[in-house]
Design a protein around this ligand. Structure first.
Ligand code: NAD
Length: 356
């Protein structure tokens, strides 16, 4: 089992170190190799995704990724910015299916910005298509407007596009996932306005014929954004496109109290995957030893389940995380009165101890 370890920037190095500690405490043999990515790779090699890092990632069964980005790189040309490394990995590895669970742990119900009764027991899974849509569609660029409201003015444009096979494969992933849960799937679109999402809706409806045991409903993205804060427990599995998924999954993450708790997995059709916390590199707290490593540790658990076929080891990690929360240990982002504030390292070590 070969794991490429790409810590990246900011808190990435701190939180990945804890996840590696947890993995090394299991009775399993991994080959782990580390490489720079993002701003760290730009500093070392002049590119956010150097060939050597990409090659390592391609040869690995799974990638454990921290986070990339820092304001100091904001002035670089777009292709050299740290965030391009993630887009590059998604594209080169064909990581089209992004799984983002939003689980509200019993002990953290009060940390949510919503009333406890709205989020207690919340356990939803957002599946976001990751390699298409307006983030990758061509053409895109800046130019002098040939027409429109202000012909002759400077304008910028991007292209939203999805093909039938792209929608079909993510729909199948979502129906399969729903089948393993409560058999309810919500497909989120904007078919009332966008051609792209009318095709999306048509294809999802067609694929549904192969999954008659799953209840499917369609919802416009604006309504989905509203329902997520009004009645989040009405959802179980949600599938949507790249841009809507980007926004809705961050919204869902806040329901759970802290983005520091949320793992994610991005898979290709060979089950090779990139596992990373849902948050970014948090430059505001980097180097202070206070970042919550649990999202990354839980991402390592997803890696064991989805790419390395070790579901028992994944269960062990997830139970250990529940145990440390029950013990009252909290990093500052999830701290509340009556609990014990700990740093990144102490939290990682507590999870190792709780593995039993
Ligand atoms: P962010 O997720 O890094 O931080 C948002 C807020 O959440 C900050 O206040 C931060 O301190 C807090 N936070 C995030 N993770 C935390 C953790 N584990 N424990 C405690 N608190 C945590 O988002 P941002 O500030 O918008 O972006 C910072 C940088 O990260 C930018 O350069 C951005 O482009 C990049 N980014 C990278 C990824 C990625 O690597 N996948 C994702 C999002 C943003």
């Amino acid at each position: 089992m070969k794991i490429a370890v790409l810590p990246g920037d900011g808190i990435g190095t701190e939180i990945v170190a804890e996840a590696v500690k947890v993995l090394n405490s299991l009775d399993l043999k991994f080959e782990m190799e580390e490489a720079p990515v993002g701003g760290a790779a730009y500093d070392a090699h002049g590119h956010p995704l150097p060939d050597s890092t990409l090659k390592l990632a391609q040869q690995a069964d799974a990638i454990l990724f921290g986070a990339v980005g820092d304001w100091k790189y904001d002035k670089l040309d777009r292709p050299l910015r740290p965030e391009q490394a993630i887009l590059g990995l998604r594209k080169h590895l064909g990581l089209f299916a992004n799984f983002r669970p939003a689980i509200c742990y019993e002990q953290l119900t009060h940390a949510s910005s919503l009333k406890p009764e709205l989020v207690a027991g919340l356990d939803i899974l957002i599946i976001r298509e990751l390699t298409g849509d307006i983030y990758f569609g061509q053409p895109r660029g800046r130019r002098v407007a040939p027409d429109g409201h202000f012909p002759g003015a400077e304008e910028a444009f991007d292209t939203m596009r999805y093909s039938r096979p792209e929608v079909e494969r993510i729909a199948r992933v979502a129906f399969e996932a729903a089948r393993k849960r409560s058999k309810r799937l919500t497909s989120v679109d904007k078919a009332n306005v966008l051609e792209t999402f009318q095709l999306w809706k048509d294809v999802v409806t067609e694929v549904h014929k192969d999954y008659p045991d799953v209840a499917l409903d369609h919802m416009y993205v604006d309504n989905a954004a509203m329902q997520l804060v009004k009645e989040p427990k009405r959802f179980d599995v949600v599938v949507t496109g790249n841009m809507f998924g980007d926004i809705l999954s961050d919204e869902a993450s806040m329901l759970t109290g802290s983005i520091g708790m949320l793992p994610s997995a991005s898979l290709n059709d060979k089950k090779q995957g990139l596992y990373e916390p849902s948050h970014g590199s948090a430059p505001d707290i980097a180097g202070k030893g206070v970042a919550n490593p649990l999202a990354t540790i839980l991402s390592a658990a997803m890696m064991l389940r989805f790419s390395l076929n070790k579901p028992e080891a994944a269960d062990r990690i997830e139970s250990a995380v529940k145990k440390v929360l029950a013990q009252g240990l909290r990093t500052p982002d999830i701290y509340s009165e009556g609990t014990t504030k700990v740093g990144t390292r102490e939290m990682g070590e507590a999870v190792v101890k709780a593995l039993g």
